[in-house]
Design a protein around this ligand. Sequence first.
Ligand code: KIV
Length: 255
Amino acid sequence: MNINDLVLKKEKQEKITMLTCYDSTFAAVLESCKLDSILVGDSLGMVIKGDKTTLTVSLDEIKYHLKCVSAKSGNTFIIVDMPFSTFQENPEKTFSHAAKLMDAGAQMVKLEGGNWLLGTIEFLTTRGIPVCAHLGMLPQSIHKIGYYRKFGSSQQEKDLLIKTATSLENAGSQLLILELVNSSTSKQITENLKIPTVGIGSGKFVDGQVLVLYDILGIGNKLSFTKDFLSESSSIEECIKNYIQAVKKGTFPEN
Ligand code: KIV
């Protein structure tokens, strides 16, 4: 599985399946279930470390979990989050941090943010580091935003998100995560872009879905946009396969 396979899926209107993962045992299970892509997310700060936010995750910590995942992820496409404070300073430092993550087994790095990142994205991608952009709710900016909320519901936010998404694509991003984006806004962004969009709490009109693994196992957050697939399955494998099928068939999310 590589980035071209994901782009091809968009072209063929086949949904992309993605889950977070932080260790080798689950990585092996996800690969055996034929999940398209794993996100080694900085959500590990909350779901593994038990912290209140994702801000506490360090480069060494995410690298450790990435190495665990990449040991057993086989053919699954691996994206890793660049932790807070590892990509804000300047493109050169960001490149050196991203290169460490690529060395540790990532196939793409994910950066949260909009227009201020355009120069950094161009710098990384022209030097061979593939970038996944991330718009909408930005958990690393929780203290600035104040609380988890939906983005792109007002006309002003919608216009800004649509414009920023195109700029991120033009700067070289090859994938875009949309977190808690209003469904009609994420639909329009998805239609405008050639690169795939993957949504979380952003409705069904995107090219793929991502959820936190522990949420589908019923041991994580019970938020309106997550679903406990394990309660309807007889094993962890069946739960993951049910999630994959539901995304592929378009039955998850419902709207
Ligand atoms: O860190 C993470 O798990 C994420 C997803 C919520 C998209 O960024």
